[in-house]
Design a protein. Structure first.
Length: 282
């Protein structure tokens, strides 16, 4: 069963008078015939998959990533939408998505006064229309070609979570990873094994049903490993792992630093507390 919502959540629940975080959805291509045609095409068939891509200064990657996402899902005959949730970048992200929206089913949500990968993903999931929700990074580290295999177990009702995994048979990482980076990744992964049986609980490439996300309810995300948090908060053990090759970023700058590592430690401790609370409700 889903864990009880946080009593201290800053997210506005249904019927609440609490002010929502200041943000705006950029209406791309509203007067563009190409964008309108894409919108009409998507309206004919219900959206099966919503892919949420959180961004901060990723304008260089989006013109490559979004077409690859759409090509992979079109090839599997899966009606879809791509939602870019941007933390008010000033690098041309708005213009990049506007150009893409002329021919592809992509839309942009720009958040103002709020930062963070996890909360951006939560915002995108709430805005989505698909039966299955997908989170993937904007930097190209997650292969769009794996999307059909990732979403199929969730669409078919065989799993509540499908995780793109580096640590199952067939999964891998770039050979360019240093020994220290591999060690850090393994240590962080092992820390999460007490929370879930997933081999790669650190993965940011995952799929889940929209209905399950809605049942989790209102919460304030902690840290930047939103996939791990949603697995724990849902209370579900119906998880599968799909092998992927994790690529290094080719363009742009990594946002991972000491602050994010410290936030991860806090997140693991917080999630252990949530699991203890859940046992009290059983």
């Amino acid at each position: 069963m889903p864990l009880p919502p946080d009593s201290h959540s800053h997210q506005a629940a249904a019927g609440s008078n609490a002010p929502a975080p200041q943000s705006r959805e950029t209406e791309l291509g509203a007067r563009d015939p190409g964008a309108e045609a894409v919108g009409r095409q998507q309206a004919v068939r219900p959206v099966a998959v919503s892919v949420v891509v959180p961004t901060f200064r990723e304008a260089l990657n989006l013109p490559i990533l979004v077409p690859e996402i759409c090509a992979a899902l079109d090839g599997a005959d899966l009606p879809h939408e791509v939602i870019v949730v941007d933390d008010d970048s000033n690098d041309g992200t708005v213009e990049a998505v506007a150009a893409l929206a002329r021919t592809l089913p992509v839309r942009l949500v720009v958040r103002r006064g709020e930062r963070g990968l996890s909360s951006a993903v939560v915002r995108g999931f709430r805005e989505s229309r698909g039966r299955v929700l997908v989170c993937m990074d904007a930097d190209g580290s997650h292969p769009p070609s794996a999307l059909p295999a990732l979403v199929r177990p969730v669409l078919d009702g065989e799993a509540d979570f499908a995780v793109g995994s580096r640590y199952v048979v067939g999964g891998s990482t770039d050979e360019s990873w240093s020994a220290m980076r591999r060690l850090n990744s393994r240590v962080a992964t092992m820390m999460a094994w007490s929370l879930t049986r997933l081999r790669d609980p650190m993965s940011g490439f995952f799929a889940m049903p929209k209905s399950l996300f809605d049942r989790i309810g209102s919460f304030q995300p902690t840290g930047f490993k939103i996939g791990l948090e949603l697995v724990v908060r849902s209370g579900s053990s119906r998880c599968v792992e799909v092998p992927i090759h994790f690529r290094d970023r080719q363009r742009g700058t990594s946002k991972l630093g000491m602050r994010q590592q410290a936030e991860y430690l806090i997140q693991v401790v917080t999630l252990h507390g949530l699991k203890r609370r859940a046992r009290q409700f059983d």
